[in-house]
Design a protein around this ligand. Sequence first.
Ligand SMILES: NC(=O)C1=CN([C@@H]2O[C@H](COP(=O)(O)OP(=O)(O)OC[C@H]3O[C@@H](n4cnc5c(N)ncnc54)[C@H](O)[C@@H]3O)[C@@H](O)[C@H]2O)C=CC1
Ligand SMILES: CC(C)CC(=O)C(=O)O
Ligand SMILES: [Mg+2]
Length: 368
Amino acid sequence: MANPSLLILAGDGIGPEVMAEVKKIIGWFGAKRGVTFDVTEDLVGGCAYDKHGTPLHDDTMAKAQEVDAVLLGAVGGPQYDILDFSVKPERGLLRLRKEMDLYSNLRPAQCFDALADFSSLKKEVVAGLDIVIVRELTSGVYFGEPRGIFTEGNERVGINTQRYTESEIARVARSAFELARRRNNKVCSMEKANVMESGILWRQVVQEVHDKEYPDVQLSHMYADAGAMQLCRWPKQFDVIVTDNLFGDLLSDAAAMLTGSLGMLPSASLGAPMANGRPKALYEPVHGSAPDIAGQGKANPIACILSFAMALRYSFDMGDDATRVEKAVEKVLADGVRTADLMGPEGGKPVSTSQMGDAILAALDASL
Ligand SMILES: NC(=O)C1=CN([C@@H]2O[C@H](COP(=O)(O)OP(=O)(O)OC[C@H]3O[C@@H](n4cnc5c(N)ncnc54)[C@H](O)[C@@H]3O)[C@@H](O)[C@H]2O)C=CC1
Ligand SMILES: CC(C)CC(=O)C(=O)O
Ligand SMILES: [Mg+2]
């Protein structure tokens, strides 16, 4: 059987720094577990623009469609602020999501015991937290037409359009219900049905899919602004949250702080099954390119490493090995190994990005 194939798009800023640690772990699986991945690397984002004048070359897009899974670091940076909107680094990532049709973005927020004291929320609020935000990723206001900056009379007007079809809502709702059935069987759907027609449709369709196909799953609805408040007040009331593209982007960054740092949150973006039965898939940390710390060896690689663990689970049916990686991260944190983003006001000596990766490798070795 052919080796599983991966396309690595490390991207910009801290993307290549955190991805270097994932590459070590991929190498570890070849050396110690006899699982060799066929890895191809390419450019996305600002670095692709620098080389090709576009944030995603057509050849790279074609490769992404062919491989079993894509691993992405991060894109963007202030040096690209002056570029025309159509070639900004972020457009490369959005094109990947859209053309691979990765409609279901799983963003787990799990608070490791060792970090329960570190969150900006009280320990009892976050200890043991384990929730997943399922964010719709290929539609909504990030893609709707019309869009643009136009002139009306003697002033400019910026327009984006929130647009959802019922089939787009139904398919992401199904993925949330399926996930809930494998967890604690609870879904909370978040929208703004009180002020947006797209929110009214969202609520109706989620309820219909539930009633027809998933009546066994406990479903609730919440306005997304109240949901943001409840995420901070008592996040453990949730199991799976399903929401649209924009609200999911905001709520997942907020959820990151329940876990201690944005550097901790992984994600899986999944689409329909391919001919080999694996879903179309891209795995990336929730964070961005962190220009404020890029190039300094300070970035926390855990979000990117946990994204690779999600690839093992969702693309390669290697759930035990995914758990092995997650346990290695847990062990390292329990041993007190911390990158700078995980240091409290009391200080201490943070480890570098590569030292964190090495500590996780050592924990993996110890797991054999
Ligand atoms: N998926 C992607 O590639 C994303 C790209 N971006 C892009 O990244 C650039 C910077 O955006 P920001 O709003 O600053 O968001 P960001 O997520 O890059 O950074 C926000 C804050 O979190 C910190 N941070 C993020 N990841 C970290 C890590 N692994 N370890 C330690 N600290 C970490 C940063 O230092 C910064 O203080 C922009 O160009 C933005 O468009 C933003 C979000 C997602
Ligand atoms: C295209 C990305 C920069 C948008 C974002 O913040 C995200 O998907 O988390
Ligand atoms: Mg975001």
